[in-house]
Ligand binder design. Structure first.
Ligand SMILES: [Zn+2]
Length: 382
């Protein structure tokens, strides 16, 4: 399936954080032809293994085959029923919607049956001037499915999920707009990498992962647990970041349709960053270095501190209008990122593994390493 077709399928499917089952089926279907093994974790993340050509049994030193993990998260932000008020449905959110644009959205209420609805509020005519200038808080919004109260109560209960009903819209210049591109576009790039690796030689085992439960914004349950299960030697997380647009002041804004961001900062291992940059250059893939001075708020944060620490990189997918139903990105960018990921995985070798084992995540040792004798013991590092 093409990058664009797969993105559309994933975008239009429903899978709020913690309830990703429908999306999971689509991911498994897409990964399967390129994977030697597919497992689903207890939490619900998908792990596809594509074996490398290095055979541990015949290798001279009998060391295990090194593992690289590439991942995106497949959940999406959504809404949840809190109350039925005279037949209208009140709701809260799972993850952080841009509340300014919830009014007038079409939604699907996932009750005993799927119900189409719209998000309404009081019309402007009856609002005070002051109220008219303000964002309408979620408590003043409600969902109308058109049914009488009694019937709504039969079909819908507190805790039921609600997703935005939105078809993907093609724009000019390979751009598309839709919902849940955060972060299913990353899953698309991981699938594209798997597809490209099927015609490439790679010695390391590649684990392509679609994680659950990122948008809760706090505990990264999918990434922690699947990374623990795989225990990779290197990992690359992919998530969306803000693309260039009018009035943007984000220093990390990445131009759309012109590649990706390759992240730097304490959340990223310097050698993994450098390797991603080297592979991009060698393959003439455009990128911009993005700088994160603290936690990146992505799965990379979780992955980096699994077990005794995993050398982790992070790629930013440029995206406009994050956490709305018209998130906008370029499918060209997704193809390029898939190509970078595939070439990155294929470039991994024993030499790189040796370098990683001799380095910590700290400082700039990745590029300016003092002689071994001059280095302090790792445990004394802060
Ligand atoms: Zn998000």
């Amino acid at each position: 399936m093409s990058v664009k077709e797969f993105l559309q399928r994933l975008s239009e499917a429903s899978g709020v954080t913690g309830y990703e089952h429908a999306v999971r089926e689509l991911v498994i279907e897409e990964f399967r032809p390129y994977a030697d093994e597919i497992t689903v974790t207890t939490m619900g993340s998908v792990i596809a293994l594509k074996r490398g050509t290095r055979d541990a049994k015949t290798a001279k030193d009998k060391t295990p085959v090194p593992k690289v993990l590439i991942e995106g998260h497949m959940d999406e932000i959504g809404l949840m029923v809190t109350e039925i008020d005279q037949g209208f449905i009140r709701f809260t959110q799972v993850g952080g919607f841009d509340v300014r644009v919830l009014l007038a959205q079409e939604v699907i209420v996932h009750g005993k049956q799927e119900l189409r609805g719209i998000i309404g509020s009081r019309p402007p005519h009856v609002l005070s001037e002051e109220e008219r200038d303000k964002v309408i808080p979620m408590r003043d919004l409600f969902i109308d499915v058109g049914l009488p109260e009694e019937r709504v109560r039969e079909l819908v209960q507190v805790g039921d999920l609600i997703t935005i009903a939105r078809k993907m819209t093609p724009l000019k210049n390979n751009l598309v707009a839709g919902k849940a591109f955060d972060d299913r576009s990353a899953v698309v790039t991981v699938a594209e990498a798997l597809r490209q690796l099927s015609t490439m030689k790679h010695t390391w085992d590649v684990y392509a992962v679609a994680n659950v439960q990122e948008e809760d914004g706090a505990w990264f349950g999918g990434a922690f647990t699947s990374t623990y299960q795989v225990n990779p030697d290197v990992a690359v997380a992919l998530d969306v970041s803000h693309a260039d647009q009018p009035n943007t002041t984000d220093v990390n804004a990445v131009p759309i349709n012109d590649g990706m961001g390759i992240a730097m900062g304490p959340n990223v291992h310097p050698l993994v960053h450098q390797k991603l940059v080297d592979v991009a250059k060698a393959n003439e893939i455009p990128y911009k270095v993005t700088a994160y001075s603290g936690p990146t708020g992505t799965d990379a944060w979780a992955i980096q501190i699994v077990r005794e620490g995993i050398p982790t990189g992070l790629i930013d997918i440029p995206l406009r209008y994050m956490h709305t139903s018209v998130e906008t990105l370029s499918t060209n960018d997704l193809e390029r990122i898939g190509r970078l990921l595939a070439n990155f995985c294929a470039s991994l070798d024993d030499k790189f593994l040796g370098q990683l084992k001799g380095e910590t995540n700290g400082g700039d040792e990745g590029t300016r390493k003092p002689p071994k004798a001059a280095r302090k013991p790792a445990k004394k590092r802060k």
